[in-house]
Design a binder for this molecule. Structure first.
Ligand code: HEM
Length: 305
């Protein structure tokens, strides 16, 4: 795992427990689930179990974080410099705790932010991307052709993306067509604001409807069509759009934006260099909504090239 400075096997019990608890948290919370909007629903039978289940999962994750932090505290005694995020934080705590009020509780929440923020979002986006590539063979072939021309048979590196315009456009289109946080993350108005004549009082919960932008036919013609060309200029070069906001915008924009794009691009490019992706049956693009919008479980076929 990237943030712990070492890889873990998929069979590792701690990682399996962590994943199970995150899945439970994702199921119980939902970025914009009804409980977010109407907390009173927690007294109704179908929602009654959501909060205790969520608390159990949060406690389980906190237990695992404490274990990881203790392990890093022990291993740090023998090191001069940090080799992962936890160690870097602990080093700061030991040097500057009085100056910045850093403490272990903050580290626990930092790990929540980073683990939850990075896992479900990136895997959901990747799953949607692979599903669309299975459906749109022409896009897949154009991407593979570009990869072949630019890289020949070399493994893709980060610096190659400067020249992989169609591939970058396809990644952008994956994030537009199935925005994994269609309702963004709720924020509060920190002061009274006026938008187009409407007053939004301080303290109002604001839900940014990313879906409404990404699927607006006035902004993106035929929004349900998967067309990477939307993000290419007349010379075939990738052009970023101000109206593509999968990571939201402003001060609280996703801190993992660059990392997420690198992970998605490298993984998708590597898969296409090695496999042809096909659908075995009709694909379902409706998805279901928990912490993120995920595709329903379905099969696609990977054939080695
Ligand atoms: C395709 C992948 C990803 C998508 C679509 C995505 C999307 C988002 C969105 C929409 C937000 C809410 C921003 C806001 O509240 O205004 C967010 C926040 C956040 N993301 Fe991501 N994210 C992705 C990957 C990652 C990765 C890889 C990391 C790991 C470093 C990460 C860490 C975070 C954190 C820590 C926050 C909270 C930031 C804050 O509240 O200040 N995300 N992300």
């Amino acid at each position: 795992m990237l943030f712990l400075g070492k890889p873990f096997s998929l069979n590792n019990k701690m990682i399996a427990d962590l994943q199970q608890s995150f899945n439970m948290i994702a199921k119980s919370v939902g970025f914009g689930g009804p409980l977010n909007f109407l907390p009173i629903l927690r007294f109704f039978p179908q929602f009654k179990h959501a909060v205790p289940a969520l608390k159990d999962a949060v406690n389980k994750v906190a237990e695992i974080h404490t274990h990881l932090i203790n392990e890093c505290q022990k291993s740090m005694c023998t090191k001069d410099s940090p080799s992962n995020l936890i160690e870097a934080f602990l080093l700061r705590v030991s040097k500057e705790s009085s100056k910045h009020n850093y403490n272990i509780e903050q580290l626990n929440y930092l790990l929540y932010d980073v683990f939850i923020g990075s896992t479900s979002s990136t895997t959901s986006s990747l799953s949607w991307g692979l599903l669309y590539l299975a459906q749109y063979e022409d896009v897949q072939n154009t991407m593979r052709q570009e990869l072949l021309e630019i890289l020949q048979n070399k493994t893709v590196q980060m610096e190659d993306f400067e020249n992989l315009h169609y591939t970058k456009a396809a990644i952008a289109e994956m994030m537009r067509i199935r925005t994994i946080a269609p309702l963004g993350i709720p924020h509060y108005a920190s002061e009274d604001i006026c938008v187009e004549g409407f007053t939004i009082p301080k303290g109002t919960m604001i839900t940014p409807l990313l879906w409404a932008i990404h699927m607006d036919p006035k902004v993106y013609k035929d929004p349900e069509e998967f067309r990477p060309e939307r993000f290419l200029d007349k010379d075939g070069r990738f052009c970023k759009s101000e109206l593509l906001l999968p990571f939201l915008t402003g001060k609280r924009i996703c801190v993992g934006e660059e990392l997420a794009i690198i992970i998605m691009s490298v993984l998708v490019a590597t898969v296409l260099q090695n496999f042809k992706i096909e659908r075995s049956d009709c694909l379902d693009f409706d998805g279901h909504y928990g912490c993120t919008l995920k595709p329903k479980s379905q099969q696609i076929i990977f054939t080695k090239i």
